[in-house]
Design a protein around this ligand. Structure first.
Ligand SMILES: C[S@@+](CC[C@H](N)C(=O)[O-])C[C@H]1O[C@@H](n2cnc3c(N)ncnc32)[C@H](O)[C@@H]1O
Length: 725
């Protein structure tokens, strides 16, 4: 089965959407669940499902996302304890909580599932979504006590009833010793520290943190407290809870015995939070105070490199490619955003604007993904897992790597709450999140808010724009026809403020999880940067109206406005002519250039506005194909004509370039940017060579090949490897 065939997946998703389960749920809403199965039957069924899941890992996992519901913001002490027998189907039990004991191992599917019992011995499925695997592995063990706040009882697809938890702060993991294992009780700080050390050595960092925290609560001496905090900070670094590590480290930095260890740990926490300036300060101090610390020197030079990238936007792109591994595309590089800032953008909300004048090709952003999820497409089909999420609230289907982003976001923010405001500030439409940010000592991150943010801000992307370009050069993929099930998806915080325009002035490209945005036009300071969210044409009136429904806006760029003003019948004539042209280019009896030229003339007549005002999206592709035909047939004059026409149709204004006069070729006004324009400029240079034009013209055309490559691929360091000048 071809997992990247989106049709198959969409059909699979639609079938699930139609499932009777949804109707059943609605019909039973508010009812008390019927007890059809005995406790043993429920446990046996679960264990069987778990065994099957382990034995034949399914390739497609699917899950329903219920209509949005807010996280619990009431402290536990104000909630009332209830039992399973009090719960009603499809109901959020506001003001209540259930105390549960885990009685089976876990089964990991789209969420983590286990069987729990309440204090009356009734059993039920518990489904925890957005949990990370490490927490599930370390904390969810048979015998563990949990509290689920404001429980939500669902009818599951297999007919069983289950508690569903989406928000991480709605589950509290109790200390099992509170209710059992009394022999483990101790008031000795060192007893708990030793237990923590043991768990740390076993790599069970979450539990080690639990024990170090217990140890600190047992009134250790000042010296012991500092040592425990150091161990705690090291465990927190392992679980990527850098904010919390910093909090503890700051209290022990005065301890001379621990200072270098604590400073080093602090520098690493700051580095991981991408606070490079502060990180450099700490490492500078550390290197001065402890000149023998070799590791600190290495880290200092790494942090200095990041800071330089952040400040200057100078990257060694070759290094980025070397670092970007198919299996580890997350790169260790800093974000540069020196020429842009977020400002209000009228009816478009906020947008990203230039702060200085920029030239076509200038680097506007080189941004490290905040979140990144990918599928290794080189795996055999049988090993690829695809998740499909069916959203009952918005009636939408999400699949592929984007489905992992919500879980990643929840975990990252849960571990590092200092990052929450930047993420929750991203556009989330009309979704209204709860205003409480902390409850029961835990930060509240709304899973449905993250869902909206991911849906409206995530971009799908290739793992390398350059590799894609090479593949498309070899005819393996056509960028425009790319299957919508792409292989990676991420959220880039700054780039999330870039609004869409079909008539855009920038291009984004990717190396691993770094997004590179370059200007494709000369722009004065204060220009709003736009790029295209979704490729589209100007030959489908209805599509033009609906293309951005997902994002909740209608594009008002010059191209879309012109499609509307042109009217449905002329616009659909474009489609017919485009189909004719495609047929003519594919004709087995040979390409009839006269007929192609005549169809192109007719197509040109469907446009009433000059191309400099409204680029002609239906025209340029065929003009470029015709230029290639003329190059192949040794007719350089005609090739030159159609290559120049291609540029003109995309809104470019070209000066000079006449092979007879040799007046230098210069772009007076930049138009729309597409990868295929690299080819277009190559045809121009070939045509000039064959026409024996002044060598300056060949050089001018080649200079634009390089610049176009830089805009589309993100860098020009690798240009010469592909295109020898
Ligand atoms: C990724 S966000 C872009 C930043 C957003 N404007 C903000 O205020 O944070 C996408 C949202 O921006 C708005 N948007 C983007 N392009 C637009 C356009 N051309 N016209 C109107 N709204 C647009 C839509 O609301 C869309 O859902």
């Amino acid at each position: 089965m071809d997992f990247f065939n989106s049709e198959t997946l969409i059909q699979h998703g639609s079938r699930l959407m139609d499932q009777k389960q949804l109707q059943n749920c609605k019909a039973q809403k508010g009812q008390r669940p019927e007890k059809k199965k005995s406790r043993d039957d429920v446990i046996m069924q679960f264990c069987y499902q778990r065994m099957m899941n382990i034995a034949n890992k399914p390739n497609i996992r699917s899950a329903f996302i219920p209509p949005a519901y807010p996280p619990c913001i009431t402290p536990l002490q104000d909630l009332k304890k209830v039992m399973f027998s009090d719960l009603l189907i499809e109901t959020h039990h506001r003001g209540s909580y259930v105390l549960l004991k885990q009685i089976t191992p876990t089964n990991t599917m789209t969420g983590v599932t286990t069987i729990v019992e309440d204090q009356e011995g009734d059993v039920m499925y518990l489904q925890l979504f957005n949990q990370d695997e490490r927490t599930a592995e370390e904390l969810l063990q048979i015998g563990v006590l949990l509290i689920v706040k404001e429980p939500y009882l669902q009818l599951m697809s297999d007919g069983n009833h289950g508690l569903r938890v989406d928000h991480l702060s709605d589950v509290l993991y109790l200390d099992a010793d509170d209710e059992q294992g009394q022999e483990e009780k101790s008031n000795s700080a060192l007893f708990w520290k030793e237990k923590g050390d043991e768990l740390f050595r076993e790599g069970k960092y979450i539990r080690a943190i639990e024990y170090y925290t217990k140890s600190l609560n047992c009134d250790p001496t000042d010296d012991d407290a500092r040592a425990i905090k150091m161990d705690l900070a090291l465990a927190l670094m392992k679980t990527e809870e850098y904010d919390y590590a910093l909090r503890h480290l700051d209290t022990i930095l005065k301890d001379t015995a621990l200072e270098d260890k604590a400073l080093f740990c602090k520098s690493q926490a700051l580095y991981n939070l991408r606070r490079y300036e502060e990180c450099c300060e700490v490492l500078k101090h550390l290197c001065l105070q402890y000149p023998d610390n070799k590791e600190a020197k290495v880290e200092f030079s790494r942090a200095i490199q990041r800071l330089a990238e952040q400040k200057t936007g100078k990257y060694k792109f070759r290094e980025l490619y070397n670092d970007a591994d198919r299996l580890r595309p997350q790169l260790d590089h800093a974000t540069y955003s020196g020429l842009v800032e977020v400002r209000p953008s009228g009816s478009r909300g906020r947008g990203l604007f230039t702060t200085k004048e920029v030239k076509a090709g200038d680097l506007l952003l080189c941004e490290k993904a905040f979140l990144f999820s990918f599928i290794d497409a080189d795996k055999p089909d049988g090993d690829i897992e695809v998740t499909i999420l069916l959203n009952e609230g918005t009636n939408t289907i999400t699949m592929g790597p984007q489905t992992g982003l919500i879980r990643l976001a929840m975990q990252k923010l849960h571990r590092n709450p200092s990052l929450i405001p930047t993420v929750t500030d991203l556009y989330h439409g009309s979704y209204e999140p709860v205003s409480v940010t902390e409850v029961d000592g835990t930060h509240v991150v709304d899973a449905f808010l993250m869902g909206r943010i991911a849906a409206l801000n995530a971009f799908s992307c290739p793992l390398s724009s350059r590799d894609d370009h090479v593949k498309s050069m070899r005819g393996k993929i056509t960028p425009i026809d790319r299957d919508p099930i792409v292989l990676s998806s991420g959220i880039w915080l700054k780039a999330s403020y870039i609004n869409h325009s079909c008539d855009s002035n920038s291009r984004r490209s990717f190396i691993g999880d770094m997004m590179i945005v370059r200007a494709t036009r000369d722009m004065p300071a204060g220009t709003e940067i736009t790029f295209s969210y979704k490729p589209g044409g100007d030959d489908d009136y209805n599509e033009c109206e609906k293309r951005f429904n997902h994002w909740g806006f209608r594009c008002e760029c010059a191209i879309c406005q012109d499609v509307r003003a042109t009217g449905e019948s002329i616009v659909s004539k474009r489609k017919t002519l485009q189909a004719t042209l495609q047929r003519l280019f594919k004709s087995r009896s040979g390409i009839d250039t006269a007929r192609i030229e005549s169809a192109l003339e007719k197509l040109e007549k469907t446009y009433s506005q000059p191309a400099s005002r409204v680029p002609r999206l239906s025209l340029w592709g065929s003009e470029l194909s015709l230029a290639k035909v003329y190059i192949d047939r040794g007719q350089p004059q005609k090739a030159l004509k159609y290559a120049l026409k291609t540029l003109e149709s995309l809104g470019y204004a070209i000066e000079g370039g006449d092979p007879r006069t040799g007046v230098p070729l210069k772009i007076r006004r930049w138009g729309l940017m597409f990868d295929s324009l690299i080819e277009c400029w190559i045809y121009l240079s070939v045509a000039y060579t064959r026409l024996r034009a002044h060598p300056r013209l060949v050089a001018d055309a080649m200079q634009y090949v390089r610049l176009t490559y830089e805009m589309c691929i993100g860098e020009s360091e690798t240009f010469d490897e592909l295109y020898h000048p």
